[in-house]
Design a protein. Structure first.
Length: 269
């Protein structure tokens, strides 16, 4: 959300609310943003603890209150954002609000409050459990407040082609390993390697870990290719790790240099 200087055409309350939700000050986050960040952490902690039935059974009133409290806070926050975003010329009027609603951060807000609504207004037991787990998406709203998260997102976006290439290489290795084990072990272990899709479970488990022990080749040739696949998995994991590490290091260096330049300019003034 770009920084906007409100004009006198908008009520001062709307302008102040916009600045509190989207603006930044000398200390970085505004007090309102810090409070929202704290509530996000509290809601996630409540969600995690709320999955333990023994704790909930001891404090049912507390968890019921927190359920309603967090739902009220985040739904209110969403509605207030819809109101104050009109200060930004990009989102003025009804069409502007509709344009804002489909932006990634607004959709994230909506996704975050949907589970709260399900929890407050009632749902079947299974749906409510899913809603409580989905509520963890509230943690992702920290993207509004964290420069580090935005920096990491920028790094991933800048290296999207290299990461996409490594993903394609990984998919190719999975298909190749699955095909080879299907040919070698298919007749011997039809339940595990009787088709290429079945063999993919073994290939993915072997490439990403050392395997789970439930499926493994029995023949000597199958074990040879299994060993090659395991070694290939080490390289596949190292490729995106190295790409992201190098890109993140460059981004952090540039960010530090930018801070030094800003401080130098300020001192010169």
């Amino acid at each position: 959300m770009p920084e906007v200087t409100p004009t006198n055409a908008y009520p001062s309350a709307q302008a102040r609310a916009y600045q509190a939700l989207y603006g930044t000050g000398p200390a970085g986050l505004s007090p309102t943003q810090r409070a929202l960040a704290g509530l996000i952490v509290a809601s996630v902690v409540t969600t995690v603890v709320g999955t333990e039935d023994t704790v909930v059974q001891r404090l049912p009133v507390v968890f019921d209150f927190l359920e309603v409290f967090f739902a009220t806070v985040f739904v209110t926050e969403y509605l207030v954002r819809l109101w104050v975003v009109g200060v930004n010329p990009l989102y003025r009027g009804l069409r502007g609000r509709m344009r804002y609603i489909v932006t990634p951060l607004a959709l994230l807000d909506l996704l975050a409050i949907a589970p709260f609504a399900l929890g407050v207004f009632g749902a079947e037991s299974m749906v409510l459990r899913v809603a409580r787990l989905l509520r963890l998406v509230v943690l992702a709203k920290f993207v509004r407040f964290s420069k580090a998260i935005r920096l990491l997102a920028g790094v991933v976006h800048a290296r999207r082609f290299e990461l996409g290439f490594t993903a394609l290489v990984g998919l190719a290795v999975v298909l190749l390993a699955s095909t080879l084990l299907y040919v070698i072990e298919g007749e011997l272990q039809p339940d595990a390697f009787g088709s290429i899709p079945r063999a993919m479970w073994w290939a993915v488990a072997t490439l990403t870990t050392v395997g789970y022990g439930d499926v493994y080749p029995h023949t000597a040739l199958g074990r040879v290719f299994g060993s090659i696949t395991a070694f290939a998995g080490v390289g596949l994991i190292a490729m995106p790790t190295g790409i992201l590490a190098a890109a993140l290091s460059d981004a952090l260096t540039k960010a530090r240099e930018g801070v030094r330049v800003d401080h130098t300019d300020t001192d010169a003034d």
